[in-house]
Ligand binder design. Structure first.
Ligand code: GLN
Length: 490
C-alpha cells in the first residue's frame, strides 16, 4: 500500500486499526522527503527530531485509546506561520536567523489534536507572489511537472502534498495563496472566512485579508483541518464564534459521510455563475468550467446567472490595499528588533542598509507602492478609492447570496506557468483576478480539481460561499470530487 497517496481519514483508519503506527508513518514521510525533496525544494526546514518525538507521543495517545481523527497524522506548515524554536524565514533573507518564541494558534490546535509537524515549507518572500519563485532559497517545483511552478505564495505546501511527502499542509491566503497553488498542484484548498481561524502567529502581510487555510488531497481533509483550527482566540481580536466552535477536531457533519450525505445536502442548492468571470477565460478552461457547471446540475443543483460588476476593479483594489498594509506591517523589520542587521553609523543608515539587503525586489516594490498610496495627497485618491471598491464588492456579494448559495468560478484563469518564463508584475497580478473578490469581501472559498487540461495539468474550480459556511463548501466540493472521481470523469 502506498501510504503517500492516502487521505487523512484513510491514514487515521490504519492508525486506529493498528495496521500502521504513528512513528512508522512519520518515518515513511521523512524518508521520502529526504530522498526526493532535492528535486522539488518544497521544504525550507525539516524538523526530524521534533517530529519523531511527537509521533511517539501520538502513538502513546492512540495506545491509550485517546486518539482523535487527526492523531498521528503528518502535517507541513508554511514558513510564515510561527512554531516555537523552529525557523520562520517567510522565504526572506531578512528572517533567515529568526526563531519565534511562540507557536501560532492554528498549529497549536492541530498539534493538540495530535498532528505531527514535519517541517516548514517554501514560499514567496513574505507571501507576496503567485509562483513561490521570490523565495530567497529559490522556489519549489510542481511535482506534476517539474518544469512548471507550483503556484504561490504557498507553493511549498502544495508541492509537499502533491509530491506525497505529507497528506496535508497549512498555507496562508491573503489574495489566493492557498487556492491558487492547490489548483496548480491538483489539490483541494480552503480559504476560511475572515475571522474564522486565528491569525495569531501568522507573520502579517495584509492583516485585513490574511487567513491561514488547509491544503490536502481532498476537500473533506480540508474540512477536518479547518474544524480543528477554527474558533475564537483571545490572541486574535478578529476571530469570531463561541470559543468551542469547531475545536473538537470533528469533521463538519456534512463532510463526514460521503457521498450520500453530501449529495442529499446539495439537492436544490443554487449555484451562481457570474457572467463577468466567464467572459474572458482561455477556451480550454471556459469549456471545462461549463462541463463543471453541468455536473453540479446533474448532482441536483440549480444554476443561476449572477453578476459581480465590481469584479474588474478587484485586482487594482487588492494590490493597492494589500501593499498599503504590507508597507506598514513590514516597517517592523528595521534591523533592530528581528532578524537581519546590517550595521550603520546611525539608526537611519542601519535600517536602510538592513532593508536594502534583507528584502527582495517584489517586497520592495510593494513597500514603495504601499507607502506611495498612503502618503498625503494620494491617500484620498488611491487608498480611499480602493476601500470604496472593496465595500462595493462586499455589497454585491450580499445581493448575490440573497439569490444563490455558492458562486462557481475558475480558481485561476491559466495553467501553471513554466519556471523562468518572464512576466511583468502587472501581468502576474492580473492572473489573480478570480481569487481576489473573496479575499476583499472576507468570504470563504474552496478550490477542488475540476478536471484536466490536454497536457494533463489540473484545472481548479472555486466555490465561494456565505460567511462561516465552510462546511457547506466542503460538502459541495467533496460531492463533486466523489461524483467525478477527482475531476477524472466529467
Ligand atoms: N498573489 C497574491 C499576492 O501576491 C497572493 C498573496 C497571498 O495570498 N499571500 O499578493
Amino acid at each position: 500500500m502506498d501510504l503517500t497517496t492516502l487521505g487523512l481519514s484513510d491514514l487515521a483508519g490504519l492508525l486506529q486499526r493498528r495496521e500502521l503506527s504513528a512513528p512508522e508513518l512519520t518515518r515513511t514521510c521523512l524518508d521520502k522527503i529526504q530522498q526526493e525533496d532535492g528535486r522539488y525544494r518544497s521544504f525550507l526546514t525539516v524538523c526530524e527530531e521534533r517530529a519523531v518525538n511527537r509521533a511517539a507521543a501520538a502513538q502513546r495517545r492512540l495506545d491509550r485509546g485517546e486518539g482523535g481523527p487527526l492523531t498521528g497524522l503528518p502535517l507541513a506548515v508554511k514558513d510564515n506561520i510561527c512554531i516555537k524554536d523552529l525557523p520562520a524565514t517567510c522565504g526572506s533573507k531578512m528572517l533567515e536567523n529568526y526563531r519565534p518564541s511562540y507557536t501560532a494558534t492554528a498549529v497549536k490546535r492541530l498539534e493538540k489534536a495530535g498532528m505531527v509537524v514535519l517541517g516548514k515549507t517554501n514560499m514567496d518572500e513574505f507571501a507576496m507572489g503567485s509562483t513561490s519563485m521570490t523565495s530567497y532559497k529559490g522556489g519549489p517545483k510542481n511535482p506534476l511537472d517539474p518544469d512548471r511552478v507550483a503556484g504561490g505564495s504557498s507553493g511549498g505546501s502544495a508541492a509537499a502534498v502533491a509530491a506525497g511527502f505529507v497528506p496535508a499542509a497549512l498555507g496562508s491566503d491573503t489574495g489566493g495563496s492557498v487556492r491558487q497553488p492547490a489548483a496548480f498542484c491538483g489539490l483541494a484548498g480552503l480559504r476560511p472566512t475572515y475571522g474564522a481561524v486565528s491569525r495569531f502567529g501568522l507573520i502579517a502581510f495584509a492583516s485585513s485579508m490574511d487567513q491561514i487555510g488547509p491544503m490536502a488531497r481532498r476537500a473533506a481533509d480540508c474540512g477536518l483541518l479547518f474544524a480543528a483550527m477554527a474558533g475564537e482566540d483571545p490572541l486574535d481580536a478578529a476571530t469570531k464564534g463561541p470559543a468551542s466552535r469547531g475545536r473538537s477536531g470533528a469533521a463538519p457533519a456534512a463532510a463526514g459521510e460521503l457521498p450520500g450525505d453530501c449529495l442529499s445536502f446539495l439537492q436544490g442548492k443554487v449555484i451562481g455563475i457570474p457572467v463577468e468571470f466567464f467572459a474572458e477565460l482561455p477556451s480550454e478552461i471556459g469549456a471545462l468550467l461549463e462541463k463543471t457547471a453541468a455536473v453540479f446540475c446533474r448532482m441536483g443543483c440549480r444554476l443561476q446567472k449572477a453578476s459581480l460588476p465590481g469584479y474588474p476593479y478587484a485586482v487594482a483594489a487588492y494590490y493597492l490595499l494589500s501593499s498599503a498594509e504590507a508597507a506598514s506591517n513590514l516597517a517592523r523589520f528595521d534591523g533592530v528588533r528581528y532578524g537581519l542587521r546590517v550595521q550603520g553609523e546611525s539608526y537611519a543608515e542601519l535600517a536602510g542598509r538592513t532593508r536594502r539587503e534583507g528584502f527582495g525586489d517584489e517586497v520592495k516594490r510593494r513597500i514603495l507602492l504601499g507607502n506611495y498610496a498612503l502618503s498625503s495627497g494620494y491617500y484620498e485618491r488611491y487608498y480611499k478609492k480602493a476601500q470604496a471598491v472593496r465595500r462595493e464588492i462586499r455589497r454585491e456579494f450580499d445581493r448575490l447570496f440573497a439569490g444563490c448559495d455558492f458562486l462557481l468560478t475558475p480558481t485561476v484563469p491559466a495553467l501553471p506557468g513554466k519556471i523562468g518564463a518572464s512576466k511583468s508584475p502587472a501581468e502576474m497580478y492580473a492572473a489573480d483576478l478570480c481569487a481576489l473578490p473573496a479575499s476583499l469581501a472576507g468570504l470563504p472559498a474552496l478550490t477542488v480539481t475540476a478536471g484536466f487540461a490536454k497536457e494533463g495539468l489540473p484545472i481548479g474550480l472555486s466555490l465561494t460561499g456565505r460567511p462561516f459556511q465552510e462546511a457547506a463548501l466542503v460538502a459541495a466540493g467533496a460531492a463533486y470530487e466523489t461524483y467525478t472521481d477527482g475531476g477524472r470523469r466529467l
